[in-house]
Design a protein around this ligand. Sequence first.
Ligand code: PLP
Length: 396
Amino acid sequence: MINATQLIHSIPTDPLTGSLSVPIYQTSTFVQDAPGVNKGYDYARSGNPTRATLEDIISTLEEGTTGIAFGSGLAAIDAVLKLLKSGDEIVAVDDIYGGAFRLFTHVYEKFGIKVHYTDTTDAANVFNAITPNTKLIWIETPTNPTLKISDIKAIAAIAKAHACWLCVDNTFASPALQQPLLLGADIVVHSATKYLGGHSDLIAGLVVTKEEALGAKIKFIQNASGAILSPFDCFLVIRGIETLQLRIKQHCINAQIVAKFLQDHPQVKNVFYPGLATHHNHHIAKKQATGFGGIVSFTLKDDTQEAATAFVTNTRYFKLAESLGGVKSLLCHPAQMTHKSIPSEKRKAAGVADSLIRLSVGLEEADDLLKDIKQAFEKIQQVCKEKFSHVESITN
Ligand SMILES: *Cc1c(COP(=O)(O)O)cnc(C)c1O
C-alpha cells in the first residue's frame, strides 16, 4: 500500500498564499508581461495551476513522470488511443469496460485501427494475439463486472519484447492498491469518477506515463483535442485523494466480509472477488496488489433476471445505480443495465450471467450491509413463492 503520509503530503500547500487546500484557479486566461512572457501559464486549456497540481499528484502516486487530467475516464482513454494511427492494432482484454469497447469498436475501427480481444488472464493469449502491427496492449485488472485478474508483469514483458505499449486501466484497484508502472506498464489510465474522486460527485479521467517523452505526446493531445478537466473538478478529485488510503482500506475490509458471507449463502451460486482463495487468479492478485478492492460480483442459484431484479430492488443501503467506488454502497444488474446492449448469448459467454449482480461495497458498517443483503435474499424467496403459487393457481 502507498504510504499514507506520503499520499497526504503529495498534496502541496499553495506557495503564493500559504493556503492549506489547493486553490481553484477559475480563469480562462493569464495576463502576460510581454508577448510570450508569462508566469508559466497562458491559456487555461493548455494549462491551469489547479489542474497541474492534480496532474503532479497522480503522477507521484503512480510513480510515473507525467500526469494528464481529462473531463472523463473515457476522454482519458480516447487521448491514449490517439497515439495510434491507421493500420495499427490493439490487443485488448475481452472483459473490457463497455464504454472502452464502444470507443474502440464504433469510433476507432472506423479510422482503420484493429482491435483483437482476448482472455488476458492467461498471458500466453496476449502473446498469441500480437501481430507485427500491434502497437498497444490494453488491460484492466480487476475487470468489470467479473473481477478477472491479469498478470501485469508478465504482460509488460510481452509488450516490451514486441516494442508495443502496455496500458493498464487501474480504475478498480487505484494506486493505493496497485501501481502498474512499477510492474512494467507504460501507461496507466483512471476513471477518477470512481475511487480517486470517491464521493460519487464528479466525472473525471487521468492518464499517467512512465516515460516523459510519451507523457509529452499525450499532453500535446490533451491540448490539441481539448478534453480537459475543469478547475473545480480538479479540486474535488484532489480532495477525494486526500482520504484515498483510508477509504480504500475500509472498502477492502467490507468487501472481503461481504464476499465471504455471499460465498456461504445457500441462494448464491458463484462469488467473484479476487480476495477469495477460490478466485481463479487469487495468487496473481496477491502478488501484484496490496488489497483486493471494493467490488464484489455474484450469481444466484435461481439464475434468472427476475430473481436478480427482486434482489436489486429490495436492498436499502445498496442503492441501485451505475458507477462504483463511492462512500455509499451501490449495486447494479449488468444484464439489464451496463451490459444490456450486448446480445444475450455473447453476454453469457463473457461470464455475465442473467442473475449476475455487481456490488460496490461502500463505507457503511459491514454488519448493516450484511443485514441488508440477508433481507434482500428473503425477498427473492417471497417473490419466487408468489410466482410458484401463481403457476399452481393456473394449473388448478
Ligand atoms: C467508469 C469506468 C471508465 C469510464 O470512466 P468515465 O469517468 O465514466 O468516463 C473506464 N474504465 C473503467 C474500468 C470504469 O469503471
